[in-house]
Design a binder for this molecule. Structure first.
Ligand SMILES: C[S@@+](CC[C@H](N)C(=O)[O-])C[C@H]1O[C@@H](n2cnc3c(N)ncnc32)[C@H](O)[C@@H]1O
Length: 233
């Protein structure tokens, strides 16, 4: 099917997909979830056209990261790279005040579903910012959204080129509080895509810093999460 036809078909199915996705969300919200369960929901929420929630992660790696984030008892989280909202589902279960998630594109149906992710009783607001993380104007929008507050956790999972990941780090690290963490996805050297170059930046960044690496198996193709602990000063 051509891309245009696929989009038309997805658009026509918005009402029915919306119905099933929100029914699925209600199931997820039915009772409090452990961190393990939340990660499983992020990976297996389901595909409902524009209302799909999914993440391409290795369970062991993303669970290790989620545990590190949970240990911070985060108030605010900033994510670059929303995609299908899988990791957003996890962050929205952990932040007590706000998750700001950024991507080049968010579709209207995604906005409705993603902002409804925080569990019942949570005071967390999910804010979707659409645009290019590398533009100065976009960074100013992030700053406005954070309204002078810092974040406990920054997840850099957007532009995977070496220049892109470096810019995101240099541009957004100032928003992370001392003692907070910055995580990078896809840090292993062997990657399936030429443009996945996070490894090149990560190996330059980590010497002399307090870091953790969550890598499911040595020599794996793709994935791997690097965590940088921001010094307390
Ligand atoms: C690997 S996906 C994110 C996956 C998501 N964090 C998860 O695991 O559920 C990367 C996303 O980053 C977005 N992206 C790439 N370059 C970007 C940029 N310069 N600014 C904002 N978003 C960008 C892409 O559109 C894509 O949706």
């Amino acid at each position: 099917m051509s891309r245009k036809l696929k989009e038309l078909s997805r658009t026509l199915r918005i009402p029915v997909n919306r119905h099933f996705a929100f029914r699925r969300l209600a199931k997820y919200h039915e009772r409090p979830r452990s961190l393990e369960e939340t990660v499983d929901w992020a990976m297996k929420f389901g595909r409902y056209g524009y209302f799909t929630i999914h993440t391409l992660q290795i369970r062991q790696e993303i669970l290790a990261l989620a545990s590190a984030v949970a240990a911070l008892k985060p108030r605010n989280i900033l994510e670059i790279g929303t995609a299908r909202g899988g990791t957003l589902l996890i962050w929205s279960s952990l932040a007590s005040h706000k998750v700001v998630t950024c991507d080049l594109l968010h579709r209207e149906p995604q906005k409705e579903l993603f902002t409804a992710l925080p569990p019942p009783g949570s005071k967390c607001a999910v804010k979707l910012l659409t645009g290019d993380s590398h533009s100065a104007d976009f960074k100013a929008r992030v700053a406005r959204e954070l309204n002078g507050e810092q974040v406990d956790f920054l997840f850099i999972d957007g532009d995977h080129t070496v220049a892109g990941v470096e810019s995101d780090y240099l541009d957004y690290r100032e928003f992370v509080r001392p003692g907070g963490i910055i995580a990078f996805h896809d840090i292993v050297e062997r990657q399936p895509l030429e443009d996945n170059q996070v490894y090149q930046f990560w190996k330059r960044l980590k010497p002399g810093q307090q870091v953790d690496e969550f890598i499911a198996s040595p020599g794996q193709l793709g994935f791997g999460i690097g965590v940088l602990h921001v010094p307390v000063q």
